[in-house]
Design a protein around this ligand. Structure first.
Ligand code: BV8
Length: 262
């Protein structure tokens, strides 16, 4: 856990923010049991991204790609939001100017926000830049508009059992942004608008290597927002941070966000 002085500095920077940008990566979900991408035991360690998270991979072997995503869905469905997700959701509910932008596709920020909204004011929106593990779209999208939570249970035992678009009969694919694919322009606009307008930025658990997502937090810093980084290790964003807190997200994020802590 980072030293008390740095935690106090971070709390002071975030406490009065009226337009806080929270930017997260896989590290915020690590303590929920969701494997990260590039750390020890990371998802990409077992598979090469090019093999699975690209349109070419899906065209080449849709069954293998669906097998990987169906396995991840089962794994993530058994996970729960951790104290970092909850602290962020509580802060966002109490501070309406907060925007949460995540690279994660696990839906844990959204679940934490829904849990908090059930007991407090409405949930702040979560911008999920890379899509969702729990949704699909037609492989012909946007030519074919089919998109949504259409196939909760996917049988990837053979190509013949893979989910098909109810409208046109083409394959359904995970509603995720793969490498080499553009992000949704509406999501990018929302993220960079929030970054340029932020009066503080909290970055949690990202290696900051994937673009254009990693530029969102940098945009906030370049627009003058003080940046607080919570990470287990140094990243390319550390040089832009006003305060860097080394430690586990589920321990550090509540310490810097929870109201009433001294
Ligand atoms: C695009 C969905 C252009 C998949 C993901 C060559 C060919 C094509 C493109 C490129 C290329 N070279 C570069 C590019 C650009 C590419 C890119 O950035 N590549 C990188 C690898 C160099 N980007 C793209 O392809 C993007 N699209 O450029 O399109 C375009 C434009 C117009 C028209 C056509 C094309 C799309 C990128 C999106 C890829 N999809 N995910 C899936 O999930 O299955 S990216 C993937 O990495 C995940 O989404 C993940 O979120 C993201 C970033 O990783 P992190 O979240 O940071 O996770 P990581 O494990 O790396 O780090 C975890 C961190 O947490 C670590 O720092 C660790 O220390 C810390 N940590 C761990 N535990 C804890 C902790 N911290 C605190 N507490 C803990 N307990």
């Amino acid at each position: 856990m980072s030293d008390a002085h740095d935690v106090a500095r971070a709390r002071a920077l975030l406490r009065d923010a009226r337009r806080l940008l929270v930017f997260t990566g896989a590290g915020v979900s690590a303590e929920s049991g969701v494997p990260t991408f590039r750390g020890a035991g990371g998802l990409w360690k077992s598979f090469r991204a090019e093999e699975l998270a690209t349109p070419a991979a899906f065209a080449r072997d849709p069954r293998l790609v669906w097998e990987w995503y169906a396995w991840r869905r089962t794994l993530v469905a058994a996970c729960a939001p951790n104290a970092a997700h909850v602290a962020i959701a509580r802060h966002a509910a109490a501070h309406p100017g907060t925007t949460v932008v995540t690279q994660n596709v696990d839906g844990l920020h959204q679940r934490a926000a829904a849990d908090v909204a059930a007991h407090a004011r409405g949930a702040a929106p979560v911008v999920a830049l890379h899509g969702t593990l729990f949704g699909e779209r037609c492989v012909r999208w946007p030519a074919c508009p089919t998109r949504g939570a259409l196939a909760p249970a996917v049988d990837a035992s053979s190509v013949d059992t893979l989910p098909r678009c109810p409208a046109c009969g083409a394959l359904l694919r995970p509603d995720i942004v793969w490498f080499g694919e553009p992000l949704d322009p509406a999501d990018l606009d929302a993220a960079f608008d929030a970054a340029r307008g932020a009066d503080a930025c909290l970055v949690v658990g990202t290696s900051a290597v994937v673009q254009p997502a990693a530029s969102v937090a940098a945009a906030a810093a370049h627009a003058g927002a003080p940046l607080v980084e919570v990470n287990a290790e140094a990243t390319p964003l550390s040089a832009l941070a006003t305060v860097t807190l080394r430690g586990r997200a589920a321990e550090v994020v509540p310490a810097v966000l929870d109201r009433g802590r001294t």
